[in-house]
Design a protein around this ligand. Sequence first.
Ligand SMILES: [Fe+2]
Length: 160
Amino acid sequence: MNQHDVVKGWLKDAYAMEESISKVLENHVGDAKGVPMVRDRLQQHLDATHRHADLIKGCLDRMGEDTSARKTGMADISGMMQGMMTGATDDDLVKDCIQDYTTAHMEIASYQALITAAQDIGDRQTVQACQQILNEEIAMQQWLRDHLPMVTEKYLQHAA
Ligand SMILES: [Fe+2]
């Protein structure tokens, strides 16, 4: 596999990753309906996630590639999702935020690797697209880090 194929493969992984995260975030926005500040931030990130998928699709389009998922994704999150699947318990929102925080880290690492690979083949447009996405993932990760204590306190007060 040459370096171009590596970038194409990782872009396909990234597309599949953003698509599956969209579905998870839709549920989390619903779980956060009682906490407007969290709901709004998750909705904002859901909108961003749709844009990320479009940006990645644009990179693949330029290369004449489709978005068909590969058998073994670089960042296969389905296993992780199952481990963190939330049920009908009232600590859903705390668990959602922990999951989203974890997901953001995985995305950050994936885009860092993708940026390095795209730099190596001199694909500046892919580097630019991934850098833009990376910045938004870092912002989300920082927001979750800063707000997880508040979300947790809210739940604990409610439970007391
Ligand atoms: Fe994302």
